[in-house]
Write a protein that binds this ligand. Structure first.
Ligand SMILES: [Zn+2]
Length: 493
């Protein structure tokens, strides 16, 4: 069984504007070399996530354990080798000097050698990144599991710009990044509140974002109880886009909820293998506890609308998307509004089917408007290589209905959807950061929508906005009914 890089390579190809074969060859010729300070708090967690994220691309990957003091201990190095082998046994993590010349050098720690391109370190729940020539300040707090995942995901994001060869203008190098997903806008390490126990919390979706949330909860050593809802099984292409799961586990075709339950060693997980609608029915018949907080990692608008109908006190929805799949967002939603239906109907992330089809395929909106006319060779003119390759398979079919075709990620699965663990993990960090902030009272007041493109990095002063409920939304028109349903579920058990 060979590792399937299709999804991570697809995202890279979209972002770089080249076809998947070119992108794959580019990555195979782009070695990445890692070093780390073994004395840094949370260095093990950061490296485990970083090695896995980089192994989810076909790049040559090496790690130098370094010298005393700060040498990585042998047990950790063995674990990292195993982590890489679990994702792709044919591309082992090489220990020692880099194989090729001029690798991209990444460092976990605050004192990189001058040849390191980018270094990163968790600071409390946040991350600090520095490009060569920009020194780190002193850290405020020991890194947590959340800070570790964010640091690793952002370092992988910096590597992505180089190994995918993003063209000028399609990304930004920010030499200094300081970001905390618990208190965006504050310095990392300011928020050090330990996460509370999970109580009446439900995770909706065990995919790219859901496994990212599970990874963070595990590395944060959170305890308590968590219901996990997902209807799918873990398959081979998921290995290179999810945050947990090995090639061997994909061969076993485990339900995703089982995979997550196995990962969360300190949490009593109730795996619910079914749809969100099934979970709502289970809540109303009393077989599943009514969650008061919902963490969402779903990828369709309709599933999000279902999630909202759990009518929890607070829903924290994570998403990835944007023109090439590199944009991450958090939507905080309330049963009284703004709810997920407010966000995902009227806003510009909840785009029309025509707009989404235009973004996915490059077909002009004017052409999409002539929905009944079958696609012809002529329609391929004006598309780039990647888009042509995608659209060619639909020749002879009418344009309307394409958006729901499985090849484009409509319908039930996410076959087309470009996906990369380092992107989904940043969305997951926003969700878990908001959960910590809201459940410990660090953040009160109106709900927020936070959004940034990982190619450009978080922009603390311009990525947050507040939404008013949409007057014609069900959360406003059916407010009395929703409150009655909540009252019924509150007293149910
Ligand atoms: Zn609403």
């Amino acid at each position: 069984m060979r590792t399937d890089y299709s999804r991570s390579v697809r995202l890279g190809g979209l972002a770089a504007g080249v076809n998947e074969t070119t992108l794959r060859e580019r990555m195979e010729g782009s070695p990445v070399h890692l070093t780390a300070d073994g004395c840094l708090p949370a260095v093990a967690e950061t490296l485990e996530v970083l090695v896995a994220d980089l192994r989810r691309w076909p790049v040559p990957l090496s790690l130098d354990p370094g010298h005393e003091p700060g040498r990585l201990d042998d047990a950790l190095v063995r674990r990292l080798v195993e982590t890489a082998a679990g994702i792709d046994p044919d591309r082992p993590l090489r220990i020692g000097a880099p194989p090729g010349e001029a690798p991209l050098r990444l460092h976990v720690g605050t004192e990189p050698t001058p040849d390191v391109a980018v270094a990163g370190a968790p600071d409390g729940h946040g991350a600090r990144l520095r490009h060569a020539g920009h020194p780190f300040p002193g850290l405020n707090a020991p890194g947590t599991g959340l800070g570790a995942v964010l640091t690793a995901a952002m370092l992988a994001g910096e590597a992505f710009k180089v190994v995918a060869g993003l063209p000028e203008g399609k990304f930004q190098v920010t030499p200094v990044v300081d970001f905390c997903p618990v208190l965006p806008g504050e310095q990392p390490g300011t928020a050090v509140a330990p996460p509370p126990e999970l109580e009446r919390v439900l995770l909706g979706g065990g995919g790219a974002i859901g496994t990212g949330i599970a990874l963070i909860l595990d590395l944060l050593r959170v305890s308590g109880e968590l219901a996990v809802v997902d209807r799918e099984v873990f398959e081979k292409p998921n290995v290179t886009s999810y945050s947990t799961g090995t090639l061997a586990e994909a061969a076993a075709l485990l339900p995703k909820v089982r995979l997550i339950a196995a990962r969360l060693r300190r949490i009593a997980v109730t795996p619910f293998h079914g749809t969100v609608q099934d979970a709502i029915e289970a809540v109303d018949t009393g077989t599943l506890p009514w969650p008061r907080t919902v963490l969402g990692g779903l990828d369709s608008v309709s599933a999000r609308h279902d999630l909202q109908r759990l009518h929890a006190d607070l829903t924290l929805d994570g998403s990835t998307g944007g023109p090439v799949g590199t944009t991450v967002a958090l939507h905080e939603a309330l049963p009284t509004g703004p709810c997920l239906r407010c966000y995902y109907k009227a806003d510009h992330t909840g785009k029309s089917a025509e707009q989404r089809l235009n973004e996915l395929t490059g077909l002009p909106l004017a052409r999409i408007a002539r929905g009944q006319e079958p696609l012809t060779e002529q329609d391929l003119e004006g598309l780039d290589d990647q888009q042509r390759q995608l659209v060619r398979q639909f020749l002879g079919r009418p344009v309307c209905g394409l958006i729901n075709s499985p090849e484009l990620g409509g319908g039930t699965d996410d076959v087309f959807r470009p996906s990369a663990a380092f992107v989904a993990q940043q969305a997951a960090c926003l969700v878990v950061g908001a959960w910590i902030a809201r459940s410990t009272g660090l953040i009160t007041g109106p709900v927020r929508r936070i959004e940034y493109d990982t190619r450009f990095g978080p922009q603390p002063d311009q990525m947050t906005d507040h939404w008013a409920p949409v007057p014609e939304c069900a959360c406003q028109k059916d407010a009395a009914l929703i409150e009655r349903v909540r009252e019924f579920r509150r007293t149910r058990r």
